[in-house]
Write a protein that binds this ligand. Structure first.
Ligand SMILES: COc1cccc(COC(=O)c2cn[nH]c2)c1
Length: 261
């Protein structure tokens, strides 16, 4: 998978050189490049923003600078000159192939494990990290004529820029890419995973710690019993903390599940 990130603070993305994502980059599993948006400016001061049309506080990021950067980074898929059909119509919008342009924004669709799974199957992701009051709306509008554009939010709060949201999404997506996580098994029982429940509580040595012991069942060696216990704990935790996850389930609850609630 190829990932490009465009930001005025490329050093913010240095965390992607560490740990699993860092190893995936070294091994070539993940081809990740961070770009400085200012490299596409043409003025002496390398200006990327201007005052908001219609007034208001703060600054807005310029469409011309973002357009130049995205034309380069998205490559052929986003060629600015539309290919006209025989009757002169501009070719219809974005296709299911080609790169996906991802824009972190408080106004976006909420990023969740489903979206991470969908995006993990893509060949090329381009993250446009906005700052200030955001990016000129014509950028998402015009590029959506050429590529798939996903404006996404990582939660209902406002950050100073999209870099942190891009780090969250890249980690959530990257770890699902084949080969990035050593043992794919560990991806199955996770919270928000296939079971559609929060994960059960986990324990390890020491067996006894400050008067609290590991639940006996986990030391019993009876794997069927352990599996049942873990399912019951996952259900109880989900019912208590995220009852919304028990409604409209892809995986309906079994009778044993319902009895455990
Ligand atoms: C592109 O326009 C803007 C405008 C304002 C802030 C940001 C940074 O993203 C967030 O604040 C965010 C992302 N998910 N939850 C919050 C982007």
């Amino acid at each position: 998978m190829k990932i490009d990130v465009i930001s005025i603070f490329p050093e913010y993305l240095a965390a992607l050189e560490l740990s699993l994502i860092g190893k995936a980059r070294t091994s070539g599993l993940l081809d990740l490049t961070v770009h400085n948006l200012r490299d596409w400016t043409t003025d002496k001061h390398r200006t990327v923003d201007d005052t908001p049309a219609g007034g208001g506080a703060g600054m807005v990021m310029r469409a011309d600078v973002w357009g130049a950067a995205l034309d380069d980074v998205l490559g052929a898929a986003a060629d600015a000159d539309a290919d006209e059909g025989a009757n002169g119509d501009v070719e219809a919008g974005a296709t299911e192939e080609g790169p996906v342009l991802l824009i972190p924004t408080p106004t976006g669709r909420v990023f969740d494990q489903r979206m991470a799974e969908e995006l993990a199957g893509e060949d090329h992701l381009v993250f446009a990290c906005g700052r200030y009051e955001g990016i000129d709306a014509r950028v998402a509008e015009k590029f959506s004529e050429r590529v798939r554009v996903v404006e996404f939010s990582i939660g209902d709060y406002v950050l100073n820029g999209g870099e942190v949201a891009a780090l969250v999404a890249i980690e959530a997506i990257g770890r699902l890419s084949p080969g990035v996580v050593g043992n794919p098994e560990s991806l199955i029982e996770e919270s928000h995973g296939a079971a559609g429940l929060l994960e059960y509580p986990v324990y390890t040595r020491p067996t006894s710690w400050r008067g609290a012991d590991i639940p006996d069942v986990l030391l019993s060696g009876d794997h069927a019993r352990i599996t049942r216990w873990r399912r019951r704990k996952a259900l109880a935790r989900t019912a208590k903390r995220r009852p919304d996850m028990l409604i409209d389930r892809a995986e309906p609850l079994t009778m044993e599940d319902k009895l455990a609630l």
